[in-house]
Design a protein around this ligand. Structure first.
Ligand code: HAM
Length: 415
């Protein structure tokens, strides 16, 4: 019997896993510089955390959740996204009782039972941050700038940033009235009508051609912002301008989750085809209260690691080169092996990446191993090297060898 991974999951193994790890690290690093701290959370939660938090009108909740009953008869769901679980943890552990905003980051697998295709998986990976407790527009700009810096750290250039404001509850109420009137005149099927009743904004997200056409003249939320919402959005734009971050206003963007209010944004890559959303996020003013907490504002993002890796590959960015071994050691004989084990360990502790020809291979086979490893240098250690303390360090790119004192070799010898 031959097992296969479940349908639609993403898996990473060498060499691609090295690039995956690098993407994750680079996407997180700007958040750490801005004072965000790790929150490590379970990958499953009570189902209600998501039905209440993310919203019943969304595809994520209505069609895509991995929900099951555990052995105690509780309804459990594998997390389809991170924000609702973060909010559950913040409320449960009173993290919002200290200084605000609470700034956290997280990273790990997420689960959505979507139709698998390139860039869309049933288990995928995100890096996320949340800043909870203040509705200062400078935090909106900070969150967006952190995502932007992550992509730029990786060398990505062919992406754009779309932003909009989904307004506060008063803006949405005013807009909802005219939108519902507009939608009532459209020719929609039963299921779509039911979705619209839960959240009429969902129709802006409907990709079916006929619906897109019908929605072309629909009233836009951005035209119904209250003065407070409009002024918040103006400030976000002003700060982004100050940071030199370019954006396009996309008033039809509604995001796929129901909790958003105010600023919403998405990073879109030019070369990724249908699944071009690299990452996105926004403000969510009612979320905490809807999960039983105090009425605090929050903003955050989720960046897709899988799609960011695909984007790097599409732009021809090489993320694996830095993981090449600096040195490949070839011990010949038992005494050389005794020596090499300690020699290698010392070099690794000194910061060098060092691999070894294990398996007592003959010189020819071991040299092939050195080649295949991609190491920058190789060194053969036999009886004469041990007695003289001197070896021949071979530059694997040029083929040139030079005599070196073994005890003098350190991590800097390979630059
Ligand atoms: P989201 O837009 O649903 O937001 O997901 C964020 C990113 O995760 C997407 O832009 C995409 O790159 C990636 N992603 C989503 N679904 C898949 C999939 N099936 N396969 C591969 N990648 C996928 C959220 O999840 C929000 N929690 C973000 C947030 C945080 N908003 C506020 N705070």
């Amino acid at each position: 019997m031959k097992f296969q991974a479940p349908k639609g999951v993403s898996e990473y193994f060498p060499e691609r896993s090295i690039a995956f790890e690098k993407v994750r690290r680079e996407l997180i690093s700007p958040a750490k510089l801005a004072g965000y701290k790790l929150l490590e959370l379970p990958v499953f939660e009570d189902t209600e955390v998501f039905t209440r938090g993310v919203g019943e009108s969304t595809d994520v909740v209505s069609k895509e959740m991995y929900t099951f009953e555990d052995r105690g008869g509780r309804s459990i769901t594998l997390r389809p996204e991170g924000t609702a679980g973060v909010m559950r943890a913040v409320i449960e552990h009173g993290l919002d009782r200290g200084q605000l905003p609470v700034k956290v980051w997280y990273s790990g697998p997420f689960f959505r039972a979507e139709r698998p295709q390139a860039g869309r998986y049933r288990q995928f990976y995100q890096v996320g941050i949340e800043a909870i407790g203040l509705d200062d527009p400078a935090i909106d700009a900070e969150v967006i700038a952190i995502a932007d810096a992550g992509y730029r750290n990786l060398g990505l250039t062919k992406f754009r940033l779309d932003i909009t404001s989904l307004g506060d509850s008063a803006s949405r109420a005013a807009h909802r009235e005219v939108l519902v009137k507009y939608i009532s005149k459209l020719d929609l099927d039963e299921a779509t009508r039911a979705r619209v009743e839960l959240n009429p904004l969902r129709l802006f997200d409907d990709k079916r051609e006929a619906v897109v056409k019908m929605m072309a003249g629909a009233p836009l939320l951005i035209d119904y912002l209250t003065p407070q919402s409009a002024s918040h959005f103006e400030k976000v734009k002003k700060y982004l301008d100050k940071l030199g971050i370019r954006y396009a206003i996309n008033p039809r963007m509604v995001r796929g989750l129901d909790y958003y209010t105010g600023t919403a944004f998405e990073f879109v890559h030019e070369l990724l085809g249908a699944q071009s959303g690299l990452g996105g996020g926004g403000r969510y003013d009612g979320l905490m209260e809807s999960l039983g907490g105090q009425n605090l504002s929050g903003i955050g993002f989720g960046l897709g690691i899988d799609r960011t890796l695909l984007a790097c590959e599409a732009e021809g960015i090489d993320l694996t080169s830095q993981s090449r071994p600096d040195l490949y050691v070839i011990p010949l004989g038992e005494e050389a092996k005794d020596f090499s084990i300690k020699f290698i360990d010392d070099l690794r502790k000194n910061g060098a990446i060092v691999d070894c020809a294990y398996g007592d291979r003959a010189l020819k086979g071991a040299m092939k191993g050195a080649d295949k490893s991609g190491a920058k240098f190789a060194i053969v250690i036999g009886d004469s090297e041990i007695s003289s303390g001197i070896g021949e360090l071979k530059n694997m790119e040029t083929g040139v060898t030079s005599s070196v004192t073994l005890s003098a070799i350190n991590a800097k010898s390979f630059n």
